[in-house]
Write a protein that binds this ligand. Structure first.
Ligand SMILES: [Zn+2]
Length: 153
């Protein structure tokens, strides 16, 4: 699914109607994307969301259209965490930015540079395991998964 950055999100999740949900990082190789370096702290916070604040997991995994890898993911301790399935939602006031989890791979391996508004929102957003973030997700009716936890925990 390709969605232009900052266009209306058209995935299958819904938020309460007082929120505007905007798409970020739904890239496709048919369309050029902005690239350039992004702040390290932004990447670190993005990583936390893309591994520990994931929702809308689907049955399949997605191939990266740019490098054609199917096994996009990263090591979190001793656990391999897939990074090509699901979404992250980053609230900022009455706006929610919805991005595919693959955005972390796009940013770190393909130098995708998301819009400044999203970078700023990420810096303000609580981390996914903080109560403030979890309270917001409960409020809008979605639960997130921490993909780094072991199944028997
Ligand atoms: Zn790739």
């Amino acid at each position: 699914m390709y969605l232009a950055d900052l266009s209306q999100y058209r995935g299958f999740l819904q938020a309460p109607k007082e929120y505007t949900v905007l798409a970020i990082g739904w890239l496709d190789d048919l369309y050029p994307f902005p690239f350039g370096p992004t702040p390290v702290e932004f990447q670190q916070r993005l990583r936390e969301h893309c591994t520990r604040g994931v929702h809308a997991l689907t049955m399949g995994f997605h191939e990266c259209q740019f490098c054609h890898r199917w096994n996009v993911g990263l090591w979190c301790g001793k656990k391999w965490v897939a990074n090509n399935n699901g979404e992250i939602w980053i609230p900022d006031g009455n706006t929610i930015y919805a991005a595919p989890v693959m955005i972390y791979h796009y940013v770190t391996d393909h130098e995708y540079r998301p819009p400044e508004a999203f970078i700023d929102a990420m810096m303000r957003c609580p981390l996914p395991y903080e109560e403030e973030y979890q309270a917001f997700m409960r409020f809008i009716g979605w639960e997130t998964d921490d993909l780094t936890r072991e199944w028997n925990e």
